[in-house]
Write a protein that binds this ligand. Structure first.
Ligand code: MG
Length: 225
């Protein structure tokens, strides 16, 4: 079973499911020519899509346009159904950074035809995840910077203070649709600057404190099937 690492915890945490939020930054919704949603857009990735630090993203043969989306990620520590917003953050075990790798050409075709995004979003290696930092070590999860460098150059940078839907609302709402379980991972949406990644590229994602101290790092490469 696919698992992730929570810093300070000796054994890996098995992942039950991965829930992703689309369009949680206004500037990204704009660059995708999409409306700012009244409700979060949700989709799933299978846990088999997880890739760890140091791994290689393999572009499937069905695509010629792989895009990166850097996102703050949340590891659920305590499950629940219909979680209320006031207690939502107490269900979080840790925070990290991840890449919601997307086959943009396959997704665009699916959008046009009204088909699901599963192939565009859930392929093997589409969910690179960093080590998670214990929630107790983070005073305000809505004041964290996420950054992505490609071959050393900054491509995406955002701050979780710009979320359209804050974590309390996301966790509460997600738990009305999907019972949250220990080991579930949430991708919280990407800031602007999504773009193509090609074989040979090195992607470095960072989660930082408001003061600029790196909390968690993720480095992966791009390869071709
Ligand atoms: Mg995304």
């Amino acid at each position: 079973m696919s698992s992730v690492t929570l810093r300070g915890t000796p054994s890996p945490v098995p992942v039950s499911k991965i829930i992703c939020v689309g369009r949680n930054y206004a500037a990204h919704a704009k660059e995708m020519k999409a409306e700012i949603p009244e409700q979060p857009v949700l989709f799933l990735k299978p846990p088999s899509a997880i890739l760890h630090d140091g791994g290689t993203i393999v572009i499937p043969k069905i695509s010629r346009d792989l895009h990166h989306e850097v996102e703050m990620t949340v590891l659920i520590g305590r499950g629940g159904k219909n979680i209320d917003e006031h207690s939502a953050l107490s269900h979080v075990a840790g925070y990290g950074v991840g890449l919601d790798m997307t086959l943009r050409d396959v997704q665009s075709e699916a959008k046009k035809k009204g088909l699901p995004w599963t192939l565009a979003k859930g392929f093997d290696t589409s969910a690179p995840l960093s080590e998670f930092v214990p929630a107790a070590a983070i005073s305000d999860p809505h004041a964290l910077e996420v950054e992505l460098r490609v071959n050393g150059a900054v491509r995406q940078r955002g701050n979780t203070s710009s979320f359209i839907f804050r974590l309390e609302r996301l966790i509460s709402l997600i738990s009305t649709h999907f019972t949250l379980e220990k080991g579930d991972v949430i991708f919280t949406g990407t800031p602007e600057g999504v773009a193509q990644a090609v074989p040979g590229d090195t992607l470095e994602a960072t989660l930082r404190t408001p003061g600029g101290t790196p909390l968690s790092l993720l480095t992966v490469r791009i390869g071709q099937a």
